[in-house]
Design a protein around this ligand. Structure first.
Ligand code: SF4
Ligand code: SF4
Length: 276
């Protein structure tokens, strides 16, 4: 079973919950928060295998290009622009969609591979399962492409797999939700957190995925429960704002390993949905 842990708001506690679930269900862990992966600090993997990930990037042969401008008009991402008769690429806007190459009447566009990041795979000393870390190259804007590549290589080994998704509600978050059999939505029940949660909820509902909602760093849950009740959900578990939890996390420990209370809380909250 693939469990994607997401949250609209960054800092809500996705990695805290995702590493707990990897521990509790002895699951492989996939860090798809590729802009800032930090799950490995808790999982402490060993025996790394590193795979570089590349994407295609257009190269325009100026000696063949007629300057017709068709590629600049067709590119949906405005990654190509023309000054006088010369076409230039803004590589950070390119999505490697191949369209410019397809439409060019002169065959002036080819592709070269560019590195967008790496995937590190190790064996976690803390969970006894695999840890797969997506790490976007500094300066690259192709986080979604890196996530999609990792999802394509997601190994179905019969066990459980926990995806630690990126924050927000962008294409990258959608890519991390797409393979899920179950989505765990982590909510920090602040006005900001509730606002972003609603956006994530709409996305996950639109993708018709089963949802379990967990509140984290909670002091007051009444508004959250009211919102969820209106949409037909119950709050599955609540982790309070607790300085002891913060100390455990600052020490780089998986919360459910150090807190039997958290272990039981999350195990019971997901037991019915997670098939053994
Ligand atoms: S590959 Fe696609 S996104 Fe990139 S420049 Fe060409 S048309 Fe634009
Ligand atoms: S479509 Fe081809 S020929 Fe026309 S401007 Fe672009 S690269 Fe040049």
């Amino acid at each position: 079973m693939i469990i994607s842990v997401v949250s609209g708001k960054g800092g809500a506690g996705k990695t805290t919950i995702a590493t707990c679930l990897a521990h509790i269900f002895e699951a492989d862990y996939y860090d798809l928060d590729v802009d800032a992966p930090n799950g490995e600090y808790f999982l402490q993997p060993e025996d790394w295998h590193v795979r570089q990930v590349f994407q295609k990037q257009p190269v325009i042969d100026a000696s063949v290009c007629s300057g017709c401008g068709l590629c600049t008009r067709e590119c949906r991402f405005h990654a190509l622009y023309k000054i006088i008769d010369t076409v230039y690429l803004t590589d950070t806007l390119c999505h490697s969609c191949n369209l410019c190459c397809e439409v060019c009447p002169e065959g002036a566009i080819s592709y070269q591979p560019v590195a967008i990041g790496e995937v590190r795979t190790g064996f976690s000393t803390q969970t006894g399962a695999r840890a797969v870390i997506g790490d976007l190259k500094i300066g690259s804007t192709r986080g979604t492409a890196l996530i999609q590549d990792i999802v394509r290589h997601l190994e179905q080994n019969g066990g459980h797999q926990v995806i630690d998704g990126p924050p927000g509600n962008s294409c990258a978050a959608v890519a991390a939700i797409k393979p899920a059999d179950l989505v765990v939505l982590v909510v920090e029940p602040t006005p900001f957190g509730l606002h972003d949660m609603l956006q994530t909820l709409e996305i996950v509902e639109g993708m018709q995925k089963p949802i379990v909602v967990v509140a984290n760093k909670s002091q007051e849950n009444a508004p959250l429960k009211k919102i969820l009740a209106k949409r037909g959900y119950a709050l599955a578990a609540t982790l309070p704002l607790d300085s002891d939890y913060h100390r455990i996390l600052l020490d780089g420990e998986i919360l459910s390993k150090s807190s039997p209370v958290v272990y039981t809380l999350l195990q019971q909250a997901l037991a019915a949905e997670v098939q053994s």
